[in-house]
Design a protein around this ligand. Structure first.
Ligand code: ADP
Ligand code: MG
Length: 274
């Protein structure tokens, strides 16, 4: 059990959009050096919850605390200035921008050139490549390459390395592995683990139980906007977690149906479709 103060804490947070209640009474603690996996089916409220943490939405009621002190964010910049960094699916970067450029969007390193201040491409490229290398990403070796030429996993990894480089304390990843193949997803999970090793509090949103179980220390399951379960690594099996998520029962029913079909048809394969 982690006894240090949580970096981020939610106390009885509710969020409604007009008459629509999306989040119900969410209380949750996020610690440094831990990966909190936020699990839930589509529409459960995962994105709404992290947008509330990241200053996109204001909670309708309830409290948010950082290092034990109540905080309130008027916009994403407020949250970012407190070290809350969100990486969106696909890395949120621009395909036609170079790696060096995109790494420094909003924080461009400049140098004096006569009376002008210009973007320092060489320093930007070197810094970006060095930062990703420290994360064990060796395939990104040229800051002049375009973002559009990177794979989905590489973009995610670059975005995570960037957030860590600029001092993120809470790293929020909204379904970073959802659109990736097995190899690429593994790569991104490795980068998530790297961020954890560097002492960040990572909030990893996914509906893929296997991905969550690989890197997660702490798990929260959202069902229709409410916390259905909050547990730590080793406390539940993969089957139990799947069952907790909406759809788990339906999946078990289907498995049962397939099993009985198979045993009924053993030795009598069904005829080919055509
Ligand atoms: N701005 C909004 N206005 C009204 N309803 C919203 C808004 N944003 C999300 N919702 C609703 O909240 C629910 C949860 O959505 P979301 O947080 O995107 O879920 P998830 O990320 O888990 O798939 C959905 O029913 C969605 O339609
Ligand atoms: Mg979502």
């Amino acid at each position: 059990m982690n006894t240090t103060n949580p970096v981020l804490e939610l106390k009885n947070v509710n969020k409604s959009f007009g008459p629509i209640d999306v989040l119900h009474d969410i209380s949750l603690k996020v610690h440094a050096g831990e990966v909190l996996c936020l699990l839930g089916d589509n529409g459960a409220g995962k994105s709404t919850l992290i947008k509330t943490l990241a200053g996109v939405h204001k909670p309708t009621s309830g409290q948010m605390l950082m290092d034990g002190e109540e905080v309130s964010f008027d916009c994403p910049k407020d949250a970012a200035s407190r070290g809350i960094s969100t990486v969106h699916q696909f890395g949120g970067t621009f395909p036609l921008m170079t790696i060096g450029r995109s790494f420094f969007v909003g924080v461009e390193p400049t140098k004096k050139f006569g009376p002008f201040t210009i973007f320092d491409r060489k320093t930007a490229n070197e810094t970006a490549v060095k930062a990703v290398k420290e994360f064990g990403i060796t395939r990104i070796d040229d800051g002049d390459r375009l973002i559009g030429g990177l794979s989905g996993g590489e973009r995610q990894s670059l975005a995570i390395a960037r957030a860590v480089h600029f001092g993120a304390r809470v790293l929020i990843l909204d379904e970073p592995t959802a659109a990736l193949g097995v190899k690429e997803a593994t790569h991104v999970l490795r980068i998530v683990f790297e961020a954890r090793k560097r002492g960040l509090a990572v909030i990893f949103i996914t509906h893929q139980v296997m991905h969550a179980m690989t890197v997660g220390d702490h798990f929260a399951v959202l069902i229709r906007g409410a916390l259905a379960a909050d547990f730590r690594k080793g406390e539940k099996t993969r089957e139990e977690i799947t069952d907790l998520m909406a759809g788990g029962e339906a999946m078990a029913d289907l498995e049962g149906e397939i099993e009985s079909y198979m045993s009924a048809h053993e030795g009598h394969p069904p005829p080919p479709a055509h």
